[in-house]
Design a binder for this molecule. Structure first.
Ligand code: PEP
Ligand code: MG
Length: 764
């Protein structure tokens, strides 16, 4: 058995090549045909076939093959569990045979030419852990496929699942046509008059931006024909299609360069929709029937927006922005001068929206958006965390007049101050530009940062970085973070269209450890649910997702997903003594012990398989009141604890962290919060276990003396905040901090603490 000349690494990493597969005009089957030939080529395998599962008949249908008799394509059907291929799907696991005929499930297909092949590898294609199909490779050499081949094929199958999902989605939408309901009317709101306005909101990403306002899909509201250029033909439409496709593929590549761990096929999925017969084919039919191409595109896009937005399926509703984006691009490319000179991307623009999804933030970031204004969501929401990670200015505001701003109104966003300036004067623009220049320069930000952080009296404090996307590592290293205290591993899951495979996760985790080069890295297992939904997995959380199947509960309820992630982490921990694993939203000792059992079982399994791995230290996030009450027991059982102050405050005070209108109630200085924090520190000290704090509280200058005063000395925070927090800590005297902490713990009213913070100035 040898990997000689096989090119699996190229196959796995070369997402660009898969994206290139969309070059084919004829939709899914052509894409699959190209996929099988690419896989066969990279794996040097004589046969590669893809079967897709048809839920209605519970059968697998051969949709593409290289190497088998081509007459079977579109005709060969296997029942679930029939043959090795059917078994791989039924049992949802890869089956690899050195000699296929040794497997009791082997089934000879007459006329297939399979008699020439000996080695057989079948890997299920799964979406949301439900069956999509099977990819099979075969070769005449005995024992030809290796463990590496299995992993490579798993990566490929997850990519294929995303594309197939989109294709299916489109088919369902066509089937649902006719059931559409009209869009609800736009609620009327007052408008801004002429002149300059300052609108207050909540800054959510500490960066500044300047740009022209836009609303995605705004052109759909344009009065009929007001922008429609005359004299356009079908040839102009063809040109616009070609340019749009090129732009989308280019964006996909840019996205992958920028955010490697989230390199799902976001824009490539747009291409599939663009080329869908029912979309572009319908536009073409309208043009041939005499419609102006501009009007034909507009009508078709509106039709889809209506269909998507009225669908009861959340995955379809999520496509609204995608189709609006497509429409915007097509119209722009049809006749660029009519949509002014800003280009089809959102470069230099400030997007105003009611709501955006994490994947939208990624798309907009790849397109170079200059800022975001959201009319919903909160400062502590995960969309805000992602915007901050990508350094996009974001302000959460409630003033509905923003939604009625004329397109291309000049805006300044000061996310630090939570300020939006509508139509700023020349002085404000100059000041802002200078500020942006100095702040954007993270070299200068990092210039005076020290590798150690000490209080005024010399006590050492550890500052680690929170990591959401691997692309943030550069800044973390530049600001001399002493490690990664919290890697929110769910972000690569959230922004994709399918679950990443164990192999993809392992490669990503290993990359983080390698880049941190011996410094500690705490990997947090998936924290999805709440405001972090996966578009491709039905959570079924009822009307209150924050109190639903979130974080560790989700992992324990979905052991296959949990196991995959744990295995990837344990493999990455091999040879890395500084790698740690932490469980989010632990509600009881029982839950922690259950999670630990899973980790131990995975470790045993990996050892039996002979896969290099290591069971690292296991920690608990204290972010639920129940965990805070049980802190002593949890500290005794776990290797370390970390306080998640964002959720701890949310759940302790019953204040939705994502609701801007509740921001006044989200009080870190609430006596109940202060005492809870103090109790957790005492519990960790008594148990002799390390404790850190990784919520946003670590960046609250007023609260830092209290946190140091109760005995916290390790913090994990956004990298960009490290230099300023380091400077703030250098002003704090530990005796004074302890005194302040004691004083603050003595108050029973929020008001009294607030008053004390004001008079003490919280500055030492
Ligand atoms: C927290 O809750 O404080 C935390 C760090 O986790 P997240 O913000 O990802 O919920
Ligand atoms: Mg949390």
């Amino acid at each position: 058995m040898s990997d000689f000349q096989k090119d699996n690494v190229a196959l796995m990493c070369d997402i660009g090549e898969l994206v290139g597969l969309f070059d084919f005009k004829a939709g899914l089957d052509a894409f699959l045909a190209k996929a099988v030939s690419t896989v066969a080529w990279h794996m040097r395998a004589a046969v590669c076939s893809i079967f897709l599962y048809e839920p209605e008949t519970q059968e697998l249908l051969l949709r593409a093959s290289q190497g088998l008799n081509p007459d079977l394509v579109g005709h060969l059907r296997l029942k679930l569990g029939e043959g090795i291929t059917g078994m791989a799907l039924k049992e949802m696991r890869p089956i690899c045979e050195a000699r296929a005929t040794d497997n009791p499930h082997f089934k000879y297909i007459p006329g297939s030419r399979e008699e020439m092949f000996v080695s057989f590898l079948a890997v299920p294609i799964l979406r949301k852990m439900s069956p999509v199909g099977v990819i099979v490779v075969e070769d005449p050499q005995w024992n030809y496929f290796t463990q590496n081949d299995i992993r490579a094929l798993q990566v490929i199958s997850s990519q294929l699942a995303g594309v197939i999902e989109n294709a299916h989605l489109l088919m369902k939408i066509h089937a649902a046509e006719g059931e559409s309901r009209p869009l609800p009317p736009n609620p009327s709101a007052e408008e801004f008059g002429p002149g300059t306005y300052v609108v207050r909101g909540l800054g959510a990403s500490d960066v500044m931006g300047i740009g022209l306002s836009t609303r995605i899909g705004e052109y759909l509201q344009e009065k009929e024909g007001s922008l429609c250029p005359l004299g356009l033909t079908e040839a102009d439409f063809d040109r616009a299609m070609a340019v749009t496709e090129r732009q989308l593929l280019d964006l996909q590549r840019r996205l992958e360069d920028k955010i490697q761990d989230a390199a799902s096929m976001i824009f490539a999925a747009h291409v599939l929709m663009l080329k869908d017969e029912a979309f572009s084919g319908e536009i073409r039919r309208r043009i041939r029937a005499g419609a102006n191409p501009w009007a034909a595109i507009l009508e078709e896009v509106r039709h889809y927006v209506e269909l998507f937005s009225s669908s009861p399926n959340p995955a379809m509703r999520e496509k609204v922005l995608d189709v609006e984006d497509l429409g915007h691009r097509l119209l722009h490319n049809l006749s660029a001068p009519t949509l002014d000179s800003t280009g089809p991307d959102y470069a230099g623009q400030i997007v105003i929206a009611d709501e955006l999804l994490p994947s939208d933030i990624l798309k907009l970031s790849a397109e170079g958006v200059a800022g975001l204004i959201l009319l919903g969501g909160g400062q502590h929401s995960h969309v805000a965390i992602l915007a901050k990670a990508l350094q996009i200015p974001l302000i959460v505001a409630t003033d509905k007049r923003l939604l009625r701003l004329p397109e291309k109104t000049l805006l300044l966003l000061d996310s630090n101050e939570g300020q939006i300036i509508v139509r700023p004067g020349p002085e404000a623009i100059e000041t802002m530009k200078a500020l942006i220049r100095s702040l954007a320069d993270s070299e200068s930000l990092a210039a005076d940062v020290k590798s150690e952080t000490r209080t005024r009296d010399g006590t050492e404090i550890k500052l680690l970085a929170n990591l959401n996307l691997v692309s943030e590592l550069d800044v973390a290293l530049r600001v001399k973070a002493q490690g990664i205290g919290l890697y929110r591993t769910e972000f690569p899951f959230i922004v994709r269209t399918t679950f990443p495979t164990e192999e993809e996760q392992y490669l990503g985790y290993r990359r983080v450890l390698e880049r941190m080069n011996g410094r500690p890295v705490v990997f947090r297992t998936l924290d999805i649910g709440g405001d972090k939904a996966l578009s491709y997995f039905q959570m079924g959380q009822g009307s209150n997702p924050v109190l639903g199947l979130r974080a560790l509960r989700f992992s324990l309820r979905n052991p296959a997903i949990f196991k995959q992630q744990l295995r990837a982490m344990l493999r990455a921990a091999h040879g890395n003594p500084h790698c740690r694993i932490m469980f989010p939203m632990v509600a009881s000792l029982d839950e922690f012990l259950a999670a630990r059992n899973h980790a131990c079982a995975c470790q045993r399994e990996l050892e039996q398989e002979g896969v290099p791995s290591r069971l690292p230290q296991l920690g608990v996030m204290i972010e639920l009141p129940s965990a805070a009450i049980l802190a002593k027991e949890l500290a005794d059982a776990a290797d370390f604890l970390s306080i998640g102050s964002n959720d701890l405050i949310q759940y302790l005070l019953a204040v939705d962290r994502t609701n801007d209108e509740m921001a006044d109630w989200f009080s870190p200085h609430h006596p109940a919060v202060l005492r809870t924090l103090h109790n957790i520190v005492t519990a960790a000290e008594t148990a002799g276990k390390p404790l850190s704090l990784c919520g946003n509280l670590a960046t609250d200058f007023r609260m830092l003396p209290f946190l140091l005063g109760i005995g916290l000395s390790t913090f994990s925070l956004d990298s960009m905040a490290i230099p300023a927090v380091q400077r703030r800590i250098a002003q704090i005297d530990m005796d004074q901090a302890r005194f302040q902490a004691r004083k603050m713990l003595s108050f029973g009213r929020i008001e009294d603490v607030a008053e004390y913070l004001k008079t003490a100035g919280a500055v030492d």
